[in-house]
Design a protein around this ligand. Structure first.
Ligand SMILES: CC(C)(COP(=O)(O)OP(=O)(O)OC[C@H]1O[C@@H](n2cnc3c(N)ncnc32)[C@H](O)[C@@H]1OP(=O)(O)O)[C@@H](O)C(=O)NCCC(=O)NCCS
Length: 162
């Protein structure tokens, strides 16, 4: 198993894996049906969507885990210049591991790789948003040593704000 930077070569495989993870989340913790999402909406889901893939690739903070030639995991991250009074923080956008390869330490390795690469680029912290009912993700963050305390990210939808 190796961890390598995200490149165009693995774009299709990463897209398929991320969409499978997003679908799992929608049908699991979110309790919704995949069929309720139109093709147009599905195309925009995830960091590997056509609008954001190259941004994450070029940030140098997105990585994939490969077993031989097979993409078995991914992590998408970016550097946020100033947040919460901190200069340079890594924002963890999404992480996922192929179902067949879970509980082998791959998610942990990807997250650790992201944190260390972010640190090399000057980041002081890693920020992430974790749904409280996504148990695997919550426990992965806990194992990494993330502090959640009572923090919640507030969200204002600017499409409806005039
Ligand atoms: C969350 C996810 C990325 C974890 O990947 P993974 O490769 O299975 O994680 P690891 O094997 O590295 O697990 C690291 C630690 O997390 C915890 N953990 C992860 N999944 C767990 C589970 N299903 N049950 C209990 N603990 C779990 C454990 O503490 C584990 O350490 P241990 O195996 O030594 O006990 C994976 O479950 C996944 O892809 N889920 C769907 C997508 C998703 O929800 N992504 C998160 C979006 S923020």
């Amino acid at each position: 198993m190796k961890i390598v930077p995200l490149t165009d070569e693995d774009r299709v495989s990463v897209r398929m894996l991320e969409l499978a993870c997003v679908r799992e989340y929608i049908e699991g913790p979110m309790g919704m049906k995949w069929d309720d999402f139109s093709q147009e909406v599905r195309q925009k889901l995830g960091a590997s969507a056509s609008g954001s893939f190259s941004f994450y690739r070029d940030q140098g903070l997105s990585f994939i885990a490969k077993e031989g030639d097979k993409v078995v995991g991914f992590v998408f991250g970016q550097m946020v210049q100033w947040i919460d009074g901190i200069e340079k923080a890594v924002w963890l956008e999404n992480i996922g591991v192929d179902k067949e390869f879970r509980r082998m330490g791959i998610g942990f390795m990807l997250l650790r790789h992201l944190a260390l690469e972010g640190k090399k680029k000057g980041a002081q912290v890693v920020h992430s948003s974790v749904a409280p009912n996504n148990i695997s993700s919550l426990l992965l963050h806990k194992k990494m040593g993330f502090l959640a305390e009572d923090r919640k990210i507030a969200y204002l939808d600017l499409e409806k704000y005039v």
